[in-house]
Design a protein around this ligand. Structure first.
Ligand code: AR6
Length: 744
């Protein structure tokens, strides 16, 4: 079914129109999703809802198709807001696709129990699906659920399993201007989804139609959960399901788009409420301008970190104003987005991991008073009040104080929050102290200062983290790397909380950094012992002092005898100080001027072979001790430590030191160059291929055996403990994996 061609030429210069099919049970948030995008987007959208298509009453699928055709002819994009849960229901809409019209699906695959409770509780629903009958209907509809597939004709499918993923998808669609597009492919699908689906279907076939019992069992059987413990069960269940064979999704590995599509939950995140706009009665339009402008200023400074504006509900006016204004300014939605949820339950209830939260505080930094302040102090327990009071007794409007959250605090343990930044905004409420009596000149200035102080505080933490990494590596240097591990290169802030006392009073206009008073020292930015040199590839490298630890060991191995496993003529063998698996050693070259793989040339071929052979000798020893182990030998494309070193690492990845995405991806993406390949390439081309694309390290976490995706390191780890799927063919070829002879 092609749309009349008359409009094709007219819209061509504006980019493709979109038909986006929402797929999801009642209560999964389809209408809210559409409304949020329609409200925020610069692209013209129309939401077509079957519940209201017949003059405000429920209509038919055919009416929806007809209406979509006419909207598309007008050059607009369209949301099809109906459940679309099975292939047959979707088929008609897929026929709307053409050279100028892409058809997408957004699957809101939220926990069944959540959909049910939303449907039951709502009032005034367009389709009158609410109250007691809703649970049975949701269950019945979910029996028919068939996950959308690209093969149906969709050019793009986005799967959302929790609120965080919904928000990311919202950000992606809201950010689309009239001529923008989104990359094709399938995003966010969990590889076990299909199998879980089969499990649910099987179970439901046995059940005699919907009933409270079905509902209950269904919620336990599938992905249904609301609270954290249930969530855990369902995730465990997913991981205990038989593993699907490797189901590669090429499109998913295009790191850049993934950042928008799937929430990356391993990055440092500041969640902050809108300051002053509720109890302090600040004008919302003005506040939203200030939020967006300040965010825009700070986003480029964030590195991998991100900012999230939070409010309690989707309907929050400040969230939608900010979303719309941020989209207009094309602020990178992976670095800044809005999120509906309680700031004290973002991880457990919303699936959004934040390590730092902001508090809209009062000047005395006291608990209570309502709003976000009361919620945070209550959830954090007495620890927060104590930790706050130990640092400062009061705050001036426009200023912020960073308080490390003691590890005894429930917020720390339950939500993973390591710091609270208290910030005091301007007050326009005559019932509260320091009221500005509607003086918005002053008010806007102070609110700007407040956000500046808040974001400066967060940046200070990020820098402290960097500094802490430096310090730990310096310790490594002095103690030959065998001191206790204190989270070197760890992406979280937990271990830095004792260092992180940052008091900021931004009594300045934006831009002049000098007046911001922070009690922290600036991190190293390169110093005299940083070993700057020009590589053979012509690139200048600066190695920080911590990064030279291996170099020093290689140059003077006898000084580090106690820490070294073996000293040979041109090679030193040592344990990795922070092993990422049960067995993890380094074969370190001693040659000068051989900092990393980029420096390797034909003349080093013999050395590479020798390093490999020494690695194999150690593997043999380890296999003798434990024949179950499997090893891989290889180099990091762009190592963080100076001096060429070959990693010999067992593939269990069973180690407390494996803590973040970078750790995992540095051993399990193309960033890791197998020694056998390096030798072959150097032999053939005189140099090795280097794959030091940063996006490789930030790729989603995938099991190295079955390639299933996992939302965070703990989930990945618990999965790999049990995953028995054979290694992918690539690894089984060319002796990339080394194992005991009888285990093959
Ligand atoms: N989670 C997320 N957002 C929240 C939460 C929550 N639990 N609670 C409120 N909000 P407010 P203010 C949102 O009034 O205007 C206090 O009593 C809320 O919807 O907390 O700066 C203090 O003691 C709104 O968008 O802060 C101060 O005296 C935003 O958080 C005074 O209020 C801020 O609302 C500060 O007033």
């Amino acid at each position: 079914m092609e749309v009349d061609d008359g409009s094709e030429a007219r819209v061509e210069e504006k980019g493709k129109r979109l038909v986006v099919l929402l797929v999801g049970a009642p209560g999964s948030g389809k209408s809210t999703f559409c409304d949020a995008v329609v409200g925020a987007s610069r692209r013209p959208w129309v939401r077509i809802c079957q519940d209201t298509i017949g003059n405000g009453k429920a209509g038919t699928k055919a009416q929806c198709v007809k209406s979509a055709l006419s909207v598309l002819k007008d050059g607009k994009s369209v949301f099809i807001d109906r459940c679309n849960l099975d292939r047959e229901q979707r088929a008609e809409f897929l026929k709307l696709g053409s050279a100028q019209i892409d058809v997408h699906a957004v699957m809101l695959d939220l926990p069944t129990q959540l959909c049910i409770s939303r449907s039951v509780k709502r009032t005034g629903h367009e389709g009158n699906l609410q109250g007691g009958k809703a649970a049975a209907v949701v269950n019945r509809m979910l029996q028919k659920k068939e996950l959308p597939k690209l093969s149906e004709g969709f050019s793009r499918i986005t799967f959302c399993h929790n609120d965080a993923e919904v928000q990311a998808a919202l950000g992606a669609y809201s950010g689309l201007g009239p001529s923008d597009g989104l990359p094709p492919g399938c995003f966010g699908q969990k590889s076990q989804d299909a199998k879980v689906q089969v499990g649910i279907m099987k179970f439901l076939k046995k059940a005699e139609g919907p009933s409270p019992v079905v509902s209950k069992v269904n919620s336990n059987q599938s992905v249904a959960s609301i609270g954290s413990s249930e969530k855990k069960d369902s995730s465990l269940e997913r991981e205990q399901m038989p593993i699907l064979p490797n189901a590669p999704q090429k499109e998913e590995s295009k790191g850049k788009e993934d950042a928008v599509q799937a929430i990356d939950n391993d990055v440092c995140t500041l969640a902050f409420p809108s300051i002053s706009t509720a109890d302090f009665q600040f004008n919302l339009e003005k506040a939203s301008d200030i939020i967006v402008e300040t965010v825009e200023e700070f986003v480029p400074k964030l590195g991998n970190a991100r900012l999230v504006l939070v409010d309690l509900t989707y309907e929050s006016k400040i969230l939608s104003l900010v979303r719309a204004k941020a989209a207009k300014k094309s602020i990178d939605s992976s670095k800044f987005f809005t999120f509906a949820g309680n700031i004290i339950e973002l991880s457990t209830k919303g699936g959004l991991n934040c390590n730092v939260i902001a508090n809209a505080a009062n000047w005395r930094l006291k608990p209570g008073g309502g709003g976000v302040n009361a919620a945070i102090f209550k959830a954090a327990g007495a620890d927060l009040e104590k930790a706050t009071n130990e640092r400062v007794k009061s705050l001036l409007p426009g200023s912020a104080v960073v308080v490390p959250l003691p590890s005894t605090s429930p917020l720390y343990n339950r939500e993973g929050i390591t710091h609270v930044i208290h910030v005091l905004g301007p007050n326009m409420n005559p019932q509260r102290p320091n009221c500005l009596n509607n003086d918005y000149n002053k008010g806007c200035m102070v609110l700007r200062q407040a956000y500046t102080s808040l974001f400066e505080g967060f940046l200070s933490l990020l820098k402290l983290q960097e500094k802490s990494v430096t310090k730990r590596h310096e310790e490594f240097l002095h103690h030959s790397g065998h001191g206790p591990d204190k989270n070197v290169a760890n992406g979280d802030l937990k271990n830095k909380r004792d260092d992180a006392v940052v008091s900021i009073s931004s009594k300045k206009s934006r831009g002049s950094g000098d007046e911001v008073e922070t009690h922290i020292t600036r991190p190293r930015t390169g110093n005299s012992d940083s070993g700057t040199q020009t590589t053979n590839s012509g690139m200048t490298k600066a190695w920080g002092s911590w990064a030279q630890a291996l170099y020093h060991i290689a140059m003077n191995p006898e000084r580090h005898k106690d820490d070294i496993l073996e000293i040979l003529e041109d090679v030193v063998v040592l344990n990795d100080a922070y092993p990422k698996a049960q067995k993890h050693i380094l074969i370190l070259a001693q040659a000068r001027g051989l900092d990393c793989l980029a420096d390797v040339h034909e003349v080093h071929l013999e050395l590479l072979r020798r390093m490999h052979a020494i690695g194999l000798k150690w593997v043999e020893k380890f296999l003798h001790e434990d024949s179950q182990l499997v090893f891989r030998l290889g180099y990091h494309s762009a190592p963080s430590m100076r001096q060429l070193h070959l990693h010999v690492i067992s593939q269990d990845f069973n180690s407390v030191h494996l803590k973040n995405k970078k750790h995992w991806n540095s051993f399990n993406t193309a960033f890791f160059r197998d020694s056998v390949d390096v030798i072959e390439e150097v032999n053939k081309n005189g140099k090795a291929m280097i794959k030091d694309d940063e996006s490789l390290l930030s790729m989603e976490l995938r099991c190295h055996r079955c390639r299933s995706a996992h939302p965070n390191i703990p989930r990945l780890k618990s999965h790999i403990q049990n995953c028995q799927v054979p290694f992918p063919a690539f690894l089984l070829q060319s002796d990339r994996l080394v194992r005991a002879p009888d285990s093959n």
